[in-house]
Design a protein around this ligand. Sequence first.
Ligand SMILES: [Zn+2]
Length: 277
Amino acid sequence: MIKSRAIVLHRYAYSDSSWIVKALTEECGIVSFIVKGGKRKESPFKGALDPLALCEIVYRENPNTELQFLKEASVINWHAHLREDLLSLAKAQVMAEIVLRYAPAGVPLEGEFPLLENALAALDEPAGDNSEVKLPADNAPESKPPEAGVAADIKLPMNRKSGVFARWLLDICDLWGYTLDLHTCSRCGLAIEGAPADFHPETGAFVCKSCLGVETPRAKKETLDGFFALRTGNTAIANPEFTENALLAYLRNHIGFLREIHSLKFLNETRKLFPSG
Ligand SMILES: [Zn+2]
């Protein structure tokens, strides 16, 4: 019997009462399950097997079949705030689909699990609620009370979640062996000061200002500013869709165009509704 935490990547109906669930497990990579009676109202699995839920599952591994029989599932984090935020939901669906379609099959995915878990948790933070911002451990309020006037000056970035998807894409590129070097100019080999002057999604090359010279950059300013924010560890990016698209183009150039990412259509429609975000 295997007990593991898992993130539900995809779910579809198998019959009138059953689901097929594809989940990223912490221990065994992507596993497909048949969930008999899962669609019934009185199902013991309830929300645990909803797409994008973090859950704990118990199953008996049968090496002779592709479909494992799920014995138990309980929800750890349903990501309620993420589901209320359409743009976060759309980004989370693209992340889940990329893992499902592009991650290697039949092997443990020890890097992918925490990356997706952390990204979903970051997207699940309540929107616009500044009261729950976590302070670093060494700066906890009880050990060092903030002086009067200091706290009032703290301005939180408007969109703390905005860089989460771009950061996840960058980390996935790294994990899958397509590491992008944000620090170095591909032409002169020197460290790039400030925002890069250009980016080529075919090769992943960054170009510094002096090497670009009078050439017109192919990448938009928003894209390059986003890469600069990622390099400095900033979690807020002003127009993240530019950098997200550049990273998606880079990733697809390396993995190949064989498999379309269907949930990108929904993300692109959602972006039109929330242009700043
Ligand atoms: Zn250069």
